[in-house]
Design a protein. Structure first.
Length: 155
């Protein structure tokens, strides 16, 4: 009887450590940022017919790096954005023709920012300050809800 109780505690501790290690490995999947960088509006045109989520960032932006590593790399975001074209535009040079066009077309003044376009290239949503992954997913789903409501109202 003494031998059986002697080994219960170490086995329990080992089981907890093993379970903890497995959970840590599963939760820390290193998913890369899924956005494809583009440097012209013509590159954006190639995605007409798809829903597009445009991410705007700058090279020295700490918030942009945080959003990229914590939000856009999360499995939750990647699952929710499946089927969309995910594109990134660098607006580091505020005087560049691309940055000026972005300000004019989408109203993006700074980074990080997101713009959601429908299949026809129409602006469906915009997010200027990105705080968490749930905000981004809500932007995606709010646009889908509006589309369904609009289709329903046309009956």
């Amino acid at each position: 009887m003494k031998i059986a109780t002697k080994f219960k505690y170490p086995l329990f501790v080992f089981s907890l450590l093993f379970l903890g290690a497995v959970l840590l490995l599963l939760s820390s999947r290193n998913v890369k940022d899924p956005f494809l960088p583009i440097d012209t509006l013509q590159a954006l045109e190639r995605h007409r017919g798809e829903r597009v989520l445009l991410s705007f960032s700058t090279a020295g932006c700490g918030s942009c790096r945080r959003v990229s590593s914590k939000i856009f790399s999360s499995p939750y975001f990647i699952d929710e954005a499946a089927g969309m074209a995910l594109l990134r535009i660098d607006i580091s040079d505020a005087a560049s023709p691309l940055s000026e066009a972005v300000r004019e077309l989408f109203g993006v003044q700074g980074a990080p920012a997101l713009v959601l376009l429908d299949e026809q290239g129409q602006l469906r949503g915009r997010l200027g300050e990105i705080k968490n992954v749930h905000e981004v997913v809500e932007l995606i789903h709010e646009s889908e809800r509006r589309d369904r409501l609009s289709a329903f109202n046309h009956w």
